[in-house]
Design a protein around this ligand. Structure first.
Ligand SMILES: [Zn+2]
Length: 117
């Protein structure tokens, strides 16, 4: 008699556990995984920084905040885009540097005649 009731309870509870980590699982499935481009990643979302490495399925879950991570190897297109972005940034930087230089040069030009006099 005891056995029957225990078995019944276990099967009911067992189903919940079998489906994974109960209410936590629900939260995870609602969140989109963060896309990462390195197999090693860090998470510091409202907790001390932790480093993880994705598993053989290229997935990882933070043990602190249950954030999902998905490793995506960089494809050619992404690389091209990134390089283009980097190029844009460096071009903008050089333009800004030029502008800064021009300003300081102008200031020097204004100063120089005074100095020479
Ligand atoms: Zn985290």
């Amino acid at each position: 008699m005891l056995c029957v009731s225990i078995t019944g309870d276990q099967s009911a509870a067992g189903d919940g556990i079998k489906d994974g980590t109960r209410e936590i699982e629900k939260d995870i499935s609602m969140d989109e995984p963060k896309i990462i481009y390195t197999k090693t990643f860090s998470c510091a979302d409202d907790h001390p920084i932790v480093w993880y490495t994705v598993d053989e399925n290229n997935k990882g879950v933070c043990e602190y905040c249950y954030t999902k991570f998905l490793y995506k190897p960089k494809d050619f297109h992404t690389k091209m885009l990134e390089e283009k972005e980097l190029l844009d940034i460096s071009m903008k930087e050089s333009i800004r540097q030029k502008e800064e230089r021009t300003t300081s040069e102008k200031m020097q030009e204004e100063l120089e005649p005074i100095d020479s006099k």
